[in-house]
Design a protein around this ligand. Sequence first.
Ligand code: HEC
Ligand code: HEC
Length: 157
Amino acid sequence: MRLLILLLTSSLALAAFAQSGELSPSAPDGLRKGATLGQDLPAPPIAGDSRDVKREVRNYPEQPPVIPHVIRDYQVDKNFNRCLDCHSRESAVQAGAPMVSVTHFMDRHFQVRAEVTPGRYFCTQCHVPQTDAEPLVESDFKAVDEVIRDSAKGGRE
Ligand code: HEC
Ligand code: HEC
C-alpha cells in the first residue's frame, strides 16, 4: 500500500513537473511543427475529400490510377468488397465504371483467373483518392513524358 501511494505521488509530481515546462524543451521540428518534448499539439484537421476531379492522366504506364471519387465508408474485408461492386468484370458495365485490368486477375504464375487475385483484393493498398491537403514536403517528381522530353533535349545539345 505504501509503495502504491509512493508511486502515485511521484507520478503526479512528475506530471506536474512536465507540464510546468521545465521538462519541455522544444522538440525537433518534424512535419508537425512547434510542439515540445513533453507536449503534443492537436492533430491538424483531416484533409478534405477528393477534389471534384475527373479521371487523371497517369504519370507512367504502370501507375495505379488515382481514385477520382469519394471512398469514405466503402467496406473492403474478407466478406465484402465494395469496390468490386462497381469495378468487377460482371458489374463494371452496368455501374459505368472502368473494369479492373487483366493484371488484377493474374496469379503469381501470371495465369489469368476468373476472380480478382488475392494480391489485388485490397484495392487501397495501391489506389488512393486525392485530397485537398497541402503537400507536406516539396516534390520534384517528373512524369515520364517530361523525363523523355528533357533527355531528348539533352541529347541534341
Ligand atoms: C458506386 C460505384 C463505384 C464504387 C463502389 C467504386 N467506384 Fe471507383 N469508379 C467508379 C466510376 C463510375 C469511375 C469512373 C469515374 C469517371 O470516369 O469519372 C471510377 C473510377 C475509379 C478509378 C479510376 C480509374 C482510372 O482509370 O482512372 C479507380 C482507381 C477507382 N475507381 C478505384 C476504386 C476503389 C479502390 C474503390 C473502392 C474503395 C472504388 N473505386 C469504388 C465507380 C465506383
Ligand atoms: C498491388 C497493387 C494493386 C492493387 C491491390 C489493386 N490495383 Fe488496380 N491497378 C494497379 C495498377 C498498377 C494499375 C495500372 C496497370 C495495370 O492495369 O495493371 C491498376 C489499374 C486499375 C484500374 C484501371 C484499369 C484500366 O484498364 O484502366 C482500375 C479501375 C483498378 N485498378 C481498380 C482496382 C480495384 C477496384 C482494386 C481492388 C479490387 C484494385 N485495383 C487493386 C495496381 C493495383
